[in-house]
Every structure is written in structure tokens, then in C-alpha cells.
Design a protein around this ligand. Structure first.
Ligand code: ADP
Length: 270
């Protein structure tokens, strides 16, 4: 059966004994695919009604000076909530696309400096005057990857730093050598994260403080998106934090993802 999925596990016992286990995970795999399809379909179906609602609310909001104050306030609230729903639907769609297709077709040589500049611009748009966002490039290599995906992963990390590190925080965005390869690092000097939460942060909708995250406008999917983007680049996310002193989020890329900053793309593709 070509749809059958088997999982093999070999365990060593002493010097000369091996135990081979085969597990039939066909059903599990099928259920997982059904879950993915369901989420993708629902998100897709929600897009049209949301667009219609947003359109009407915009029209009413333009007329708000002519409306009684209570009504105008209600419209304002509705606009905020539909925006939240739209962000959620967009992130769910992005996540199912990242899970469902292989990726790789849009990989090019990425210049770390321009990438960090673009992320810095995004983050500045969201930050307060009392927050500082600095960038530095310390590794000479360029990265082979998808501009759209890597940009969105780094923006998610930078947005989180802006939102959770608080007013007056300094946020540093770096490209530097690490763990035999190179990494993008987003460091903040905010409150940090209790280590017991760290292993679960990339789960969908996992939040340390539910109320606070909702108030800051997050969808709860940011780090799940980062994790999937990195998986598609043979990379991983490394989170460390000392509570009270801030957090560091590292996107670690292996050496085979690094290219000569001045190399010729055509040559690399072959
Ligand atoms: P969201 O921010 O929308 O809740 P994310 O997946 O982006 O969802 O983040 C998950 C949780 O990780 C956040 O709710 C927050 O509790 C925690 N977190 C993320 N980044 C930071 C940070 N820089 N400092 C402190 N906590 C953070």
C-alpha cells in the first residue's frame, strides 16, 4: 500500500544484539493531515466574510463624527476585533502553507545586513520612542534561504521583543557565527521568561501570560511560525533567558546553509 506509513526504531543491546521495532503510523498520519486540511479550509472560508465586515466598518468609521458617541465607540471596538481576527486567520493560513508544502523554490542568497535593516524598520514602526533597536553583522557569510520566510520569522521575533521587553528596552538584532554555522540573534533586556515555559513556547497558542499577550495584539502563533520556517531551512530555534535580565532567541543555521557573500547565484544553484 503506497499510502502506508511505517516508523522504524533500532535499539542496541550490548555489543551484538539489536531490537528492530516497526510501528504502523498510517492512521496517525491521516488524522494529522485531516487536522491540517480542516484548519486550512476554515481559515480560507473565514477570509471573505471578514473582508466584507472590514469594508462596512471602514465606511461607518468614516462617518463616526456624525454618529452618537456610544455607537462610534462600538464601531471602533468592532474594527479592533475584526483586525485581530484577520491577523489570526492570516497566521493560520501561513502556518498551514508552511506545514503543507516543501518550500525551497524561492531560495536565494540573502544579504544579512539588508535583511536586518528591513526587520529593524518593521520593529521601529511598532516600538515606542523610549525603545532602542540596534543591528550588527559579525559573520562574513550570506544565507541561502527564502527572503519572505526568513524575513517574517525575524520580524516575529523582533515584534515579540518590542511587545514583551517593555518601555525603555534595548533590542539587539545580530548575525553572528554560532554552533559551527551562523545565527540571527534577537536579544532584549526585558523581564525574560521563566525557564520552565521555554520548551513549550513554540506550541500554537501557548502563552506565558494569556491576558498580556492578547492585549499586545499577538495571535499566539508567532513562534510556531518561526519554528516551521526554520525547519524548512535545516535550522532550529534556540531560546535562552535569565528571568529579570531578558531573553535571547537564536535562529541557528547549519554551515551548509551559508554561502560566500560575493558568490555567483547561478554557480550555487548547480
Ligand atoms: P504571542 O506573542 O502572540 O502570544 P508567540 O508565539 O509569538 O505568541 O509567543 C508566545 C509567548 O512567548 C508569548 O505569549 C510570550 O509569553 C512569550 N514571549 C515571546 N517572546 C518573548 C520575549 N522577547 N520576552 C518575554 N516573553 C516572550
Amino acid at each position: 500500500d503506497e499510502n502506508m506509513m511505517l516508523q522504524f526504531q533500532i535499539t542496541l543491546y550490548g555489543d551484538d544484539e539489536r531490537l528492530l521495532m516497526a510501528r504502523d503510523i498510517t492512521r496517525l498520519h491521516r488524522l494529522e493531515q485531516m487536522r491540517r486540511d480542516f484548519v486550512a479550509n476554515v481559515s480560507h472560508e473565514l477570509r471573505t466574510p471578514l473582508t466584507v465586515l472590514t469594508g462596512y466598518l471602514e465606511t461607518y468609521s468614516d462617518l463616526s463624527t456624525m454618529l452618537p458617541e456610544r455607537l462610534a465607540r462600538g464601531i471602533d471596538q468592532m474594527q479592533g476585533q475584526t483586525q485581530r481576527m484577520q491577523n489570526l486567520v492570516n497566521d493560520l493560513l501561513l502556518l498551514s502553507r508552511l506545514e503543507n508544502d516543501q518550500g525551497g523554490s524561492d531560495h536565494v542568497r540573502l544579504d544579512p545586513h539588508s535583511l536586518l535593516q528591513a526587520v529593524q524598520r518593521d520593529a521601529l514602526a511598532l516600538s515606542s520612542d523610549r525603545q532602542q533597536i540596534e543591528i550588527s553583522v559579525e559573520d562574513p557569510h550570506a544565507l541561502w534561504g527564502s527572503e519572505k520566510e526568513v524575513h517574517s520569522a525575524l520580524s516575529n521575533l523582533a515584534f515579540n521583543a518590542v511587545r514583551y521587553a517593555g518601555d525603555g528596552a534595548t533590542i539587539q538584532l545580530r548575525w553572528r557565527s554560532c554552533q559551527g554555522g551562523a545565527c540571527f540573534e534577537v536579544e532584549d533586556d526585558g523581564e525574560g521568561i521563566d525557564p520552565r515555559h521555554i520548551p513549550r513556547l513554540t506550541e500554537r497558542f501557548y502563552r506565558v501570560d494569556k491576558g498580556r499577550s492578547t492585549a499586545t495584539g499577538g495571535t499566539g502563533l508567532g513562534l510556531a511560525i518561526v519554528k516551521h520556517v526554520l525547519l524548512r531551512h535545516n535550522a532550529h530555534l534556540d531560546i535562552s533567558s535569565r528571568p529579570g535580565e531578558g531573553a535571547i532567541f537564536r535562529c541557528v543555521f547549519p554551515p551548509q546553509r551559508l554561502v560566500d557573500a560575493a558568490a555567483n547565484d547561478e554557480h550555487l544553484r548547480r
